[in-house]
Design a protein around this ligand. Structure first.
Ligand code: KIV
Ligand code: NA
Length: 265
């Protein structure tokens, strides 16, 4: 199988072929989504929410991200794998950013890292890129800054914030990032950014004009039931399938139907 590369992702944008990206945090799920042909697998710090049950992405640690990433990497044969550097492991300190990125690359075998922010993290982005580690940017709603925003509402609806976002996207491109996630911003702004930068943009809640799309796997599969924002398309009701299957198992155990003679030695 031919592995996806940053070069191929750029070619996809240049040809107008949309890029597909999904999150994964463990071996079994990563094997399924890689086998289904997704281009990029994101080991997102959304693991803090969907794996660990935290309210925000802030508590997850670098060690925990490396554990998730190494599990995913063992399963993947085609997709390009990007790992979030977690909160507190890069902001405001480019040496720490480099150290964190190198730990992720060495200890998990991942292909790339993602960091949230623009001008604020410029030095960290440059330092990590200088070590030969591909960096994906992330602008718009950046969940690691949720306490600064105070809400998960749509970002950059006003001109000032929209202008800063466009400037940040251009900066990330100049620094050498290979792609940028645009989270929860108006579709028109995402369109402008996607036209004004040459590198691929990957949207979540950013409309149809970005060069690719990303969703959190547990949300699109209907496993996380309580999270239903407008941008989410639910592709399956795996949550209900699990509830039904487990209910049937409990019933069969209680009624002594399971295991039967054929299922015994
Ligand atoms: O952690 C994550 O899942 C993400 C995506 C929502 C882009 O950063
Ligand atoms: Na993230």
């Amino acid at each position: 199988i031919k592995k996806v590369t940053t070069h191929q992702l750029q070619t996809m944008k240049d040809r107008g072929e949309k890029i597909s990206m999904l999150t994964a945090y463990d071996y079994s799920m990563a094997q399924l989504i890689d086998g289904a042909g997704v281009d990029i697998i994101l080991v997102g710090d959304s693991a803090s929410n969907v794996m660990a049950g935290h309210e925000t992405t802030l508590p997850i640690t670098l060690d925990q991200m490396i554990y998730h990433a190494s599990s995913v990497i063992r399963a993947v044969s085609r997709a390009f794998v990007v790992v979030d550097i977690p909160f507190g492991s890069y902001q405001g300190n480019s040496s720490e950013a480099l150290r964190s990125a190198i730990r992720i690359m060495k200890e998990s075998g991942a292909h790339s890292v993602k960091m949230e922010g623009g001008a604020e993290i410029k030095e960290s982005v440059i330092r990590v890129l200088s070590a030969g580690v591909p960096v994906m940017g992330h602008l718009g709603l950046t969940p690691q800054s949720i306490y600064k925003f105070g809400t998960y509402a749509v970002r950059a609806k006003e001109k000032e914030e929209a202008d800063k976002l466009i400037a940040d996207a251009k900066l990330l491109e100049e620094c050498g990032c290979y792609a940028i996630v645009l989270e929860k911003i108006p579709a028109d702004l995402a369109k402008r950014v996607s036209e004004e930068v040459n590198i691929p943009t990957i949207g979540i809640g950013a409309g149809p004009h970005t060069d690719g799309q990303v969703l959190v796997m547990h949300d699109m599969l209907g496993i996380t039931k309580e999270f239903k924002p407008r941008f989410l398309r639910q592709y399956a009701d795996v949550g209900s399938m699990i509830t039904e299957a487990v209910g049937n198992y409990v019933k069969d155990v209680k009624s002594k139907d399971f295991p039967n003679e054929k299922e015994s030695y």
